[in-house]
Design a binder for this molecule. Structure first.
Ligand code: HEC
Ligand code: HEC
Ligand code: HEC
Ligand code: HEC
Length: 209
């Protein structure tokens, strides 16, 4: 009477051990696979960063002016030229800048990266012949380096290409605060919605297709 029960108990216990062992092996297996997958993914992203990171050149504001300054196009260039973005480089030569520079041990703010990073477009980045520091925070400072897109964003069929090559059609607050932040020696709190109207520019509807 007792033997069969004992055998049954033994079988059940053995089954638990075998099942448990198999389970733990499986867990270990997926665990390892996950780590490997993660490592591969990491390798992948570093590879992508190295090989596909294309740097586009800044072409300068004169190009944008040729197409975006007619009455029908809302005189966007003139609008920009009336804002302090257009004189941001010139600002670095005024008395206030000289004062700030002195306190920071900077010889010439118009030549120093500590000021130029925010007071001109694309400081230290590759540029083409027409680009000039004097344009301050130019169109490309917000819409991206124009090398490829400047002739290619107006037509619908070339839009994809423009977007893939650095064109930023709708700059947002996140972009503004790359310059409007506490690293600015004269920082004033930046309230996007309040100041946006100062720089806002629009193309009148009929011109837009
Ligand atoms: C060859 C003419 C031409 C040049 C040069 C040009 N654009 Fe344009 N751009 C257009 C046309 C056409 C449109 C389509 C809408 C319209 O009619 O204004 C447009 C639209 C835009 C838009 C609207 C956003 C959108 O969704 O398309 C932005 C922003 C823009 N251009 C920025 C620039 C900047 C910055 C430059 C200089 C680097 C520049 N453009 C140079 C012709 C041009
Ligand atoms: C590349 C850096 C940079 C970016 C990007 C930038 N700004 Fe500025 N902005 C400046 C600097 C520098 C000044 C001060 C120029 C001066 O006083 O000479 C300024 C000044 C201004 C002013 C005062 C203009 C005036 O005429 O009184 C407004 C408003 C402003 N920025 C809004 C914006 C908004 C909105 C965005 C984002 C859509 C933006 N800025 C993006 C650097 C930047
Ligand atoms: C992190 C970006 C940044 C850096 C770096 C920077 N600025 Fe500015 N600067 C701005 C912005 C944005 C404004 C406009 C509003 C503000 O002061 O926040 C501005 C405005 C100014 C003004 C005008 C202030 C006013 O009251 O209208 C002067 C002068 C100035 N900067 C000088 C300098 C000098 C000199 C340096 C280098 C030592 C420098 N800036 C570095 C972003 C910067
Ligand atoms: C300080 C940043 C900044 C600068 C500098 C700037 N833009 Fe813009 N631009 C914007 C923002 C922000 C918008 C609005 C995007 C939106 O409405 O979503 C815009 C919109 C536009 C549009 C679309 C207008 C419409 O009717 O929808 C055109 C075209 C344009 N910009 C061209 C230019 C040109 C040309 C220059 C230089 C003369 C320039 N921008 C300089 C930030 C900037």
């Amino acid at each position: 009477m007792r033997k069969p029960i004992l055998i049954l108990v033994l079988v059940v216990v053995a089954a638990f051990f075998i099942f448990g062992f198999a389970l733990s092996q499986e867990e270990k297996g997926t665990g390892e696979a996950d780590t490997v997958k993660k490592e591969v993914a990491q390798e992948d992203t570093t590879q992508k960063e190295d090989t596909t990171k294309v740097v586009y050149k800044y072409v300068g504001n004169t190009w944008c002016k040729t197409c975006h300054n007619s009455e029908g196009k809302g005189k966007i260039w003139d609008k920009w030229a009336s804002t302090k973005h257009a004189t941001a480089y010139a600002t670095l030569a005024n008395q206030e800048s000289k004062k700030i520079a002195k306190e920071m041990d900077i010889e010439d703010p118009q030549k120093d990266a500590k000021c130029l990073v925010c007071h001109v477009t694309g400081y230290g980045q590759p540029t083409t012949g027409k680009y000039s520091l004097e344009e301050g925070v130019s169109c490309e400072g917000c819409h991206g380096p124009g090398e490829v897109y400047y002739t290619k964003h107006g037509r619908e069929k070339e839009r994809e290409l423009a977007l893939k090559s650095g064109f930023v059609p709708q700059p947002d607050e996140e972009l503004c605060v790359t310059c409007h932040n506490k690293k600015s020696p004269t920082y004033k709190e930046f309230k996007f919605k309040e100041v946006f109207t100062v720089i806002e520019h629009r193309t009148p509807e009929p011109e837009k297709k």
